[in-house]
Design a protein around this ligand. Structure first.
Ligand code: ATP
Length: 535
């Protein structure tokens, strides 16, 4: 339950809306109960008068007052239901916006260590199913429980006023027990299985996406069948867990409904005694039992919602764990006058692992170009991430000018070439884009495309070769107005001749900019003033 606290705080940020929404639900419920009770009273009254008339006894019934009441409740129930749906769904959509915006804000602020432990499908789960689980807290859980309690108290009051104190106490006890069984008891018996099922569902979703993404590799290794069978076993396990949860929910729902019906029978039986003692009339006798039966309208939704509470809490736990509170953004101060970058006694280390690089000292004057080289695994990318501000230095100090960073992994978006390039500089004109494409030797290739700058690059640049995608990513960074560029393996996948030609042009393009380029050897670097070997 503790896990829900930050999300409940978000939900209760608009108390006025929640109260008004709750009152509309209450109006719907009371109209329904009023309609049932008054109809029961009316049917009984007319039946009794009919029997009396048949027996030749003078009797009459007032058709107008109860008829008017029934019409009123029928209309008020429809209107209240309509308004309640519109208003509460609007509230839920606002809640969803609050939750999503909070989540996105925290994710955007997180540094790399705060994000990289999750795979793509896991992020998708956070942003879709986990958020959706939370947005139902108010409408499916909080509001119906509170209203069921209000209706139970009103029914007890009605029993007290129409019948007597003992009947009121009996109705209160039995219906409260029904409420506890439909809520707390369901939660207690399903919370572990429901939470496990939610974790399993996420693991299965991740495994299915991996299966689809790695289908080529699985096929080449002849493992598609085995991997598919494993996935099916996981799915069966998850379904079995779900069936267990559903069956427990079902049993509790049945017992809780039984208790509500028992309360109605109790009221009927006690009312009959009062009727025989001439304390109440026949139609009043049926009023309370029928009103109690109206309670089932709100009670039926509760067991299912409380059966899912375990998985909602699991969603909240995942969201709390994976949002950025432990990983605040890294602030890098400006360097002293006359320097573009200064690193002193820098240590690079992943939390929980041995240091990758220690005692790194660097001082770059504006316009200086430095290469960092090292064998595979020596820590080049980790140093680049640290210099760029994606990884918190384990020790030492770092100061630098604003920078643009080409990461070792080529990241392109499923968008047009223009949109991908403009991420480097949103004010770049088409002329600027063609010039930078010329620089990385892609202008001719895209000039031949029918859509030219509007050519679609596909998911992660899938419509390009590895070397082409790399050059688009490089072009995007080269467009940036930042005075410092950090390029990690800028020429991955680019042949030696093309690399040499681009390097030559880069010298002019980077005029006045400070450069840190990282690669396994000097031949994979653009021209630099000096080279720092790592490891
Ligand atoms: N997220 C991480 N958590 C823990 N260790 C990591 C992480 N990322 C990298 N490492 C480790 O840090 C070391 C340096 O990795 P890094 O990617 O910086 O090397 P590199 O010099 O860029 O290698 P390459 O030339 O192969 O890209 C490696 O031993 C790697 O296993």
């Amino acid at each position: 339950m503790f896990e829900l606290r930050p999300w409940l705080a978000l939900i209760f940020r608009r108390p006025g809306r929640l109260v008004l929404g709750g009152l509309l639900i209450l109006a719907t419920l009371l109209s329904g109960i009023g309609l049932l009770a008054l109809s029961g009273w009316f049917i009984t009254e007319t039946a009794l008068v009919g029997i009396l008339l048949a027996a030749g006894v003078q009797a009459s019934v007032n058709l107008y007052v109860p008829g008017g009441g029934i019409r009123f409740f029928a209309v008020s129930r429809t209107v209240a239901r309509y308004m309640e749906r519109v208003y509460n769904h609007d509230t839920v959509l606002r809640l969803l916006t609050d939750i999503r915006v909070t989540l996105f804000r925290e994710l955007a602020a997180a540094n790399r260590a705060g994000r990289e432990h999750l795979s793509g499908p896991q992020w998708l789960s956070r942003l879709t199913s986990d958020v959706d689980a939370l947005d139902t807290l108010y409408l499916r859980l909080i509001a119906p429980t509170a209203l069921a309690l209000v209706v139970i108290l009103l029914l007890a009051l009605m029993a007290w006023l129409l019948f007597d104190c003992a009947v009121a106490a009996g109705v209160l006890m039995v219906t409260l027990l029904a409420l506890v069984i439909a809520t707390l008891a369901v939660y207690l018996v399903t919370r572990r299985a429901s939470s496990r099922q939610s974790d399993r569902q996420e693991a299965l979703r991740t495994a299915v996406v991996e299966h689809i993404e790695g289908f080529g590799e699985l096929r080449a290794a002849g493992r598609t069948g085995r991997h598919g069978a494993w996935l099916l076993r996981q799915a069966h396990g998850m379904n079995a867990e779900q069936a267990r949860v559903e069956s427990r929910v079902g049993w509790h729902q049945a017992v809780s409904q039984l208790l509500v019906n028992l309360a109605a029978i109790l009221a009927l039986w006690a009312g009959y005694e009062l009727f025989r003692a001439d304390v109440i009339s026949g139609p009043v006798l049926v009023l309370l039992p029928i009103a109690i039966l109206g309670l089932t309208e709100v009670m039926t939704v509760l067991p299912d919602a409380f059966g899912k509470l375990g998985s909602t809490i699991a969603s909240a736990r995942r969201l709390n764990r994976d949002t950025a509170s432990d990983h605040p953004p890294i602030e890098i101060p400006a360097p002293p006058e006359g320097l573009a970058l200064q690193a002193s006694d820098l240590a690079v280390q992943y939390p929980g692992y041995a240091p990758v690089v220690t005692h790194l000292d660097m001082a770059l004057a504006p316009g200086e170009r430095v290469g960092i080289t090292g064998r595979s695994g020596s820590g080049k990318s980790s140093v680049a991430d640290t210099l760029a501000g994606l990884l918190q230095p384990a020790r030492g100090t770092l100061a630098r000018l604003p920078c643009a960073y080409l990461t070792q992994q080529t990241v392109l978006f499923d968008d047009s070439l223009r949109a991908n390039l403009r991420m480097g500089c949103s004010t770049a004109t088409d002329g600027d884009l063609w010039r930078v494409l010329e620089m990385v030797e892609l202008a001719e290739r895209f000039a031949r495309e029918p859509d030219q700058l509007d050519s679609w690059l596909g998911n992660t640049g899938s419509r390009l070769s590895g070397g082409e995608a790399r050059r688009v990513a490089l072009a995007r960074v080269l467009l940036s107005p930042a005075p410092l560029l950090i390029l990690d393996e800028p020429f991955t996948g680019v042949d030696a001749d093309t690399r040499a030609r681009i390097s030559k042009r880069l010298e002019r393009w980077l005029d006045g900019k400070t450069l840190v380029a990282l690669a396994h050897g000097p031949d994979a670097l653009p021209a630099t003033d000096r080279v720092i070997p790592l490891g």
